[in-house]
Design a binder for this molecule. Structure first.
Ligand code: GLP
Length: 246
């Protein structure tokens, strides 16, 4: 696991964006696994800037997003489909048919999970998976549990996740209680993983996830076992790692 220290959110965003742009330049038809949340917004802005400057071409890029709230239609401004369209897709020359995201509107969880897994297999797996991390160490929406998940699954969101994500909704009551998420097995099969973490509020979980025991109680800790993980974290997020980084 390589840990890259960034000064702040903006530096983290630019450094991580450079890794994604290198991927697109090296393999123009790569499969990018993409994430939502506040962490990747600056990174997406930087990719848009590079695209507008003529440095990047997304016309052959395929994407597979990590997760989607169950029950939200794509047109809901809190759906992750809507988020991706607003923060990235509508600003770059990516093709609609190359975008993949779990369908939150499919009420049949087993069918939706099987469909999404088949889609990722058909794409040939993920070349580069971008990840943020929740305060409890969740990746995608894979919450702390007794075992690591394998394929796409339908999760009950933990109260702490609902609390953390309510800032995007009118109230906590409006946050969906369930989500479809790519499984940890699928994430671990990505050829390369880039994790971005910013802010002091993530410092505790950063030290646990990347320097603590590997346990499904801290889902991101499994990333320690992946052969090609780059963590781009700002100083605030690394502030509780101290000597561990030396
Ligand atoms: C949500 C998403 C995760 C994301 C996490 C952290 O729960 N499902 O993919 O990593 O939030 O979000 P933020 O980056 O806003 O801290």
């Amino acid at each position: 696991m390589k840990i890259i220290r960034a000064k702040d959110y903006s530096d983290m965003s630019c450094k991580a964006a450079s890794i994604l742009s290198a991927q697109v330049i090296l393999k123009p038809d790569c499969v990018l696994g993409l994430a939502t949340g506040s962490s990747p917004i600056g990174l997406y802005k930087e990719l848009i800037r590079q695209y507008e400057a003529g440095l990047l071409d997304f016309s052959a890029v395929r994407t597979a997003n990590l997760d989607e709230y169950r029950g939200l239609p794509q047109t809901n401004d809190q759906s992750y489909y809507y988020f991706m369209r607003e923060h990235l897709f509508r600003h770059i020359n990516i093709c609609e048919e190359n975008l993949n995201i779990p369908n939150g509107e499919n009420p049949d969880a087993a069918a939706e999970c099987a469909r999404y897994d088949a889609k990722i297999r058909e794409l040939g797996g993920v070349d580069l998976q971008l990840l943020g991390m929740g305060h409890n160490g969740h990746i995608g929406f894979n919450e702390p549990a007794d075992a690591f998940t394998l394929g796409t699954n339908c999760v009950d969101l933990q109260p702490s996740t609902i609390e953390a994500n309510k800032r995007f909704f009118a109230s906590a009551d409006d946050v969906p209680r369930q989500a479809y998420t790519m499984g940890i097995g699928t994430i671990m099969r990505a050829k390369r993983i880039v994790v971005i973490v910013s802010g002091e509020d993530k410092a505790e979980i950063v030290s646990k996830a990347f320097f603590g025991p590997i346990t499904p109680r801290v889902p991101a800790s499994v990333l320690q076992l992946h052969p090609n993980v780059t963590v781009v974290a700002d100083e605030a997020a690394l502030s509780k790692c101290g000597d561990l980084l030396k």
